[in-house]
Design a protein around this ligand. Sequence first.
Ligand code: C2E
Ligand code: CA
Ligand code: CA
Length: 399
Amino acid sequence: MGNELSGPKRLLILDDEADVGATIANIARSAGFEALSVTSSDAFFAEINAWSPSHLALDLVMPHVDGIEVLRRLGGAACKACIIITSGVGSRVLDAAKRSALEHGLILSGVVSKPFTPSKFRALLAGPGVANDPRGGRAPRHEVVVDADMLHAAMEGRELTMAYQPKTDCRSGRVIGFEALARWIHPIHGVIPPDRFIVAAEHLGLMDPLTAHLFDIALDWFREIRTFSDYILSFNISRSSLGDIAFADRLARQCTHHEVPPERVILELTETSALADPTTSLDLLTRLRVKGFRLSIDDFGVGYSSIAQLVRLPFSELKIDKSFVFDAAASSESRTIIRTMVNLGHSLDLTVTAEGVEDGDALKILTDAGCDLAQGYFIARPMPATAVRPWLEAREGGA
Ligand code: C2E
Ligand code: CA
Ligand code: CA
């Protein structure tokens, strides 16, 4: 597969409208690219192999081609080309597509909605591959290639730590617990973001030792902090752990070792990962529940789950994806979705948590909608272990 860091600048375009493809090709040529445009996914994948493009432009909405499926196949092929999504669809579909691209470890240069201007498109061609969080506001993605040796060294050299972000009750403001978020401070490359190295660990088959390592760090911290109050520890589980039925036993053993009852731990799984293989997931998730762990469905609302699948799986918490929360104040559509998700969660007897709460307006909207718990920068940013107690004390003192 092509790589933006080496070789010629080549753009391959998939658009079922040949004239649109030709226009994009011309824009790219004017920016110094070689360009080729195709109208079918078969031709697209054939050219990726034959021509090694450094950049891909992909229309998501084509009558005979499923753009999301194309992204999935690119992820499966570990494609390293910079991807530009070109579509005139609504922002929710685009958000879902961005997440899907990131979940598959793809490098997304950005999204342009049709019709777009040549300069907008050229800007994306010029930029490096960047991590596209739902708001596009994150720093450029490190182009560090994470390999197995680096990950092993990180685990052995204590380069990995956990940050902890509080979760509070929407109405009372009481602190209910903390989500542990992995942090990697690399001695040369600096901070490598978690979604980056988690994907790498998955591809390298190193997710199991990494999860065990991170869970140990989190439990070790939590054993002490939980004596402070009846807190809950939220811990993220990668999709690649869900195929292994022994996973539940290993997590339970770690809890025993750290003297933390599994009942105090919520394992967070994204909607897409939990439902990737509902049958295996059901067995493993049930096993985790039997051990006492609670389960949370993370990033809810951007995946593709059906309510029927959701009802079958033994979740205790639903986490509304932050993209809806970011938009809550500005978009009545997002507020409607939030209310619907809160009602759905409650009708299934789930605790509903919103993440990405960045201001008081969002918190008020969520509270009015009946949301139970909130998490976000407005309450606190993820903080190092040593900052948690002072933060709690300041909060209690100020309350
Ligand atoms: P996530 O589980 O959805 O975690 C929430 C992310 O939102 C975190 O990003 C957090 O720092 C960020 N966040 C929290 N509040 C706000 C807010 O108000 N505004 C904004 N803009 N962002 C907010 P982070 O720490 O970069 O983690 C990214 C993802 O990496 C996580 O998304 C999770 O999927 C994955 N991850 C992190 N730690 C682990 C881990 O230990 N294991 C696994 N498997 N995945 C992890
Ligand atoms: Ca999470
Ligand atoms: Ca989330």
